[in-house]
Design a binder for this molecule. Sequence first.
Ligand code: SF4
Ligand code: SF4
Length: 120
Amino acid sequence: MKLLTFAKTELRNLFSKPATRPYPQQERVYPQRTRGHIENDIDTCVFCGLCSKKCPTGAITVNRAEKSWSIRRFSCIQCGYCVESCPKNCLSMHQSYTQPAGKKTVDTVCQTQEENQNAS
Ligand code: SF4
Ligand code: SF4
């Protein structure tokens, strides 16, 4: 009896589509409301520091004097509080996730330099 059940499962699996995706040939399309990672439109930022104060994990650092905004991506829990609290709406949640890395890096965006820097 058990052998018959096994044969049925085997036949069904042979003629059905695989349950997994053939990654990387077929990339995952995330649902619209996926919380992946935070981006800052630095040109709109006024460095008020509200996002940093609201962040429950302390992942954001704002330096008003240097006009820089930093995020420790591996500390971020994608709660979205910073996006909700930003008075200039310059923060946004993007669907793609932070890439795996061997070190916990800090992403910094400066208004003056307008370029991303990575630091340990
Ligand atoms: S809350 Fe918005 S405007 Fe204020 S520092 Fe954060 S990102 Fe910039
Ligand atoms: S999404 Fe949440 S944890 Fe991540 S930086 Fe914003 S407030 Fe902090």
